[in-house]
Design a protein around this ligand. Structure first.
Ligand code: NAI
Length: 464
């Protein structure tokens, strides 16, 4: 039987849609199937994009009400939030982006299929009543919030919610308890805190943001604490129940039991890969003990001509990792080299200030006994951060002790997420401290802090 398509991509998130568009542009007859009515997956619909719209809007509100504007002599007689209008604007932004992917599919000739895809064999997938055959298939089904045992999330009620529910709460909770001091907890906790909620974060590790560089974790904890977010660390939630429309959270901290109550609980304890109902057994793919689809360095699964990319595979659950893998797979299918450097995938937390990193952190270098030197440059000594009166954070660079090659970069700062791109690029080209220090950086910019940190690695810093 002949195939309908050269490539079928299952999932239209950032990994799947990027893969489909790249493949179509390279001349492959391509289809992309998703069961959601709109394209863009979690990221565009209920993840990266709506959360950033809310973070942006609430940062404006905080600047107006928290004294930042007043410090510059800008006096507002009244500032208030119309939550419905805010959510409407967020939905408008989502709509314009998801329709944009539709447009890109049409422009590039990607066939869009809507429905649930189920493998029948290694070349056939059913989508509703239709059977679709493809020479190669990419699984890009992403991830979903991971629940904690015995806690029932009900986004509609607005009492115990996950990240999806926390993007659309009907009112600002008086007290929001966030279970999990990771990326989602801190970003969405920040949104509701800026809108007036009292926010308590319960994190079972000793510090928030596991996986980040230790200095970033400490600095972020210090800043969030100073801003009034309550951080309960080394604390484990044992039960969450609802009584009289409020949530009761039982936890243990340092051996003691505590009960906290809240209007809303956000469960943000990580995400799990989505593979249920895909029919993987029909093609002989076995998931690993955590439910991920095992792949090799080229995104190949155990089944021939079937690939998996992004959150459904082990690795950082980041939209840009998925997109980069999708593009690489499409290029390889079209006979191009298709490269991706998994060691240099930046990660960003979009709080204020932002935190961002790329490459290895100090703890990993110590553990792997790689000789290194380090330098940090405080944003408080950066003239642009001073001019903006937003001086929290630092740029920390880690370089190989002998060669000076940059091995890791960690930034806390208002524009950390944008600044990290320069370092990812430099590290991709194996830049040394000298390469960065002797590259001209425009003045006055936040990025000069990167140059100064590199100069500090050479004992040549100017402003500290
Ligand atoms: P996460 O893995 O970043 O953080 C989960 C946190 O919950 C960890 O700190 C963990 O120690 C803690 N935890 C787990 N069980 C707990 C319990 N029972 N009690 C207390 N604490 C507990 O997961 P998160 O924030 O849910 O995000 C999921 C994924 O989505 C992450 O991989 C993240 O990278 C990705 N994401 C990325 C964003 C970005 O790049 N800006 C934004 C949002 C999500």
């Amino acid at each position: 039987m002949s195939e309908d398509f050269d490539l079928l991509v299952i999932g239209a998130g950032p990994g799947g849609y990027a893969c489909a568009i790249r493949a179509a542009r390279l001349g492959l007859k391509t289809a992309c199937v998703d069961e959601r009515a709109t394209l863009g997956g979690t990221c565009l619909n209920v993840g990266c994009i709506p959360s950033k719209a809310l973070l942006h809007a609430t940062a404006l509100y905080e600047a107006a009400t928290g004294g930042h504007m007043a410090d510059f002599g800008i006096r507002l007689t009244e500032a208030s939030v119309d939550l419905e209008a805010l959510m409407g604007k967020k939905d408008e932004i989502i709509g314009s982006l998801t329709r944009g992917i539709d447009f890109l599919f049409r422009k590039n000739g990607v066939t869009r299929l809507t429905g649930r895809a189920v493998f029948q064999d290694d070349k056939t997938v059913s989508v509703g009543d239709r059977r679709v055959r493809a020479r190669s298939i990419v699984i890009a089904t992403g991830s979903a919030p991971r629940a904690i045992k015995s806690v029932v999330v009900d986004n509609a009620s607005g009492v115990i919610v996950d990240s999806t529910g926390a993007l659309s709460l009907p009112r600002v909770p008086g007290h929001l308890v966030v279970v999990g001091g990771g990326v989602i907890g801190l970003e969405l906790g920040s949104v509701w805190k800026r809108l007036g909620a009292q926010v308590t974060v319960i994190e079972h590790e000793a510090k928030i943001l596991p996986g980040m560089d230790g200095d970033v974790r400490s600095e972020m904890a210090k800043i969030l604490d100073r801003e009034g977010m309550t951080l309960l660390t080394s604390a484990s939630v044992t039960d969450v129940s609802i009584s009289n429309g409020r949530a009761e959270i039982k936890l243990t901290q340092a051996g003691a039991s505590k009960t906290v109550d809240a209007d809303t609980v956000l469960v943000a304890t990580g995400r799990r890969p989505v593979t249920a109902g895909l029919g993987l057994e029909a093609i002989g793919i076995k998931v690993d003990e955590r439910g991920f689809i095992p792949v090799d360095g080229r995104c190949r699964t155990q089944a021939e001509n079937i690939y998996a990319i992004g959150d459904v595979t082990p690795g950082a659950m980041l939209a840009h990792r998925a997109a980069d893998e999708g593009i690489a797979v499409a290029e390889r299918l079209a006979g191009l080299p298709g490269a991706i450097n998994h060691a240099l995938i930046p990660s960003v937390i979009y709080t204020l200030p932002e935190a961002a990193s790329v490459g290895m952190n100090e703890e990993a270098l110590v553990q792997r006994e790689i000789p290194f030197r380090k330098a940090s440059f405080p944003m408080a000594a950066n003239s642009r951060a001073k001019a903006n009166d937003s001086t929290a954070g630092f740029v920390k660079l880690l370089a190989h002790r002998d060669t000076g090659v940059i091995l890791g970069a960690h930034i806390v700062g208002a524009l950390a997420g944008t600044m990290i791109a320069q370092l990812a690029q430099a590290m991709e080209f194996s830049a040394t401290a000298e390469d960065i220090a002797y590259t001209s950086h425009a003045h006055p910019t936040h990025s000069e802090a990167v140059k100064e940190a590199a100069m500090a690695l050479l004992n040549a810093e100017i402003h500290i």
